[in-house]
Ligand binder design. Structure first.
Ligand SMILES: [Zn+2]
Length: 322
């Protein structure tokens, strides 16, 4: 694989760290500190482009969320500290962080589509892939990757693929695009596990029939099983779809150290899956690939996996295991 001639775009913002829970919670600011350490280890001598986050606009959010939901959310977030559901907390700074994360997701897309970068990685908090059109859940308020995909379509792209390798099913993203043939949603996730959706029988409906692909993985699945899933199912589906842009909901909680699930990936597997997608977008001729942090709750796993992913984006090759 040739080294990309364009820099790798990185989105990050210290204001994401202000989103925090009053009580101990796995979705905590230290996660991004760990990811930044991983970036630093991989990036020291190599080319990258820092892309600033900015708050998402109402128009951008409405491509993924219902207007009533956004109004209700804004109202609730003025209350200071609290919970939107059993495990989705908010604090006085959540409003700013969540809007910046969604806007930062669009900015990464724009940097890639403008040709300022070919590939990129956005370190975002709060995460987004469980956020549905009208509902916050699973630590997620706004669906960052869905807002980014919506922005890309609005710029005139015909087809966007979203690969979600977070260990939990990306139910929010699936719901938002379930009837949309312009967005191919592919999810690998432990099953059964929270949030309970993501059976292989869920394949889209209406015009979107056939544009959702769920690949449930058993607890204990390791790098070889994921390598096989990529070769047999994920990559063939992507080749058939020929996306103009490939986005990744890059949760890191399928790592074997993660406390919330039992899938057994190692950091190298994240590098290998990233390499496979870099190769895929290079085969398509445009090279456009954007990764968005979702979950991942073990700090060492986040650091090591982020270093692997960035290494792959910068051109280091790891072959799929198995
Ligand atoms: Zn997750």
């Amino acid at each position: 694989m040739k080294l990309s001639p364009l820099p790798v775009a990185i989105v990050d913002d210290r204001r994401f760290d202000q989103h925090r829970s009053a009580e101990p919670h796995p979705e905590r600011p230290e996660r991004l500190a760990a990811a930044r350490k991983g970036l630093g280890a991989a990036m020291s001598s190599l080319q990258h482009l820092e892309v600033a986050a900015r708050p998402a606009t109402e128009e951008e959010l409405l491509r993924a969320h219902a207007p009533e939901y956004l109004e209700r959310l804004k109202q609730t977030l003025t209350r200071g500290w609290g919970y939107l559901d059993g495990d989705t907390y908010f604090c006085p700074d959540t409003r700013e962080a969540a809007w910046l994360a969604a806007g930062g997701a669009v900015e990464l897309c724009d940097a890639i589509l403008d040709g300022r970068a070919s590939r990129g990685l956005a370190l975002l908090r709060p995460p987004g892939h469980h956020a549905c059109r009208s509902r916050s859940m699973g630590f997620c308020l706004l669906n960052n990757v869905a807002v980014a995909a919506g922005a890309a379509l609005d710029r005139g792209l015909d087809r966007v693929a979203i690969v979600d390798w977070d260990v939990h099913h990306g139910n929010g993203t699936q719901e938002i695009f379930y009837e949309d043939e312009r967005v191919l949603f592919i999810s690998t996730h432990q099953w059964p596990l929270y949030p309970g959706t993501g059976s292989a029988r869920e394949t889209g409906s209406g015009k979107g029939a056939g544009y959702t692909l769920n690949v449930p993985m058993p607890p204990g699945a390791g790098p070889e099983a994921y390598g096989e899933a990529f070769r047999a199912v994920v990559l063939p589906k992507l080749r058939e779809f020929e996306a103009d842009l490939v986005l990744v909901s890059s949760g890191l909680d399928a790592h074997r150290r993660d406390p919330l699930a039992e899938v057994q990936l190692d950091a190298e597997a994240f590098g290998a899956m990233t390499t496979a997608l870099c190769r895929h977008v290079d085969e398509l001729g445009h090279g456009r690939l954007g990764l968005y942090l979702e979950g991942g709750y073990d700090l060492d796993a986040i650091e090591d996996s982020t270093a692997e992913i960035l290494g792959a984006l910068l051109g280091r090759v790891r072959d799929l295991p198995g």
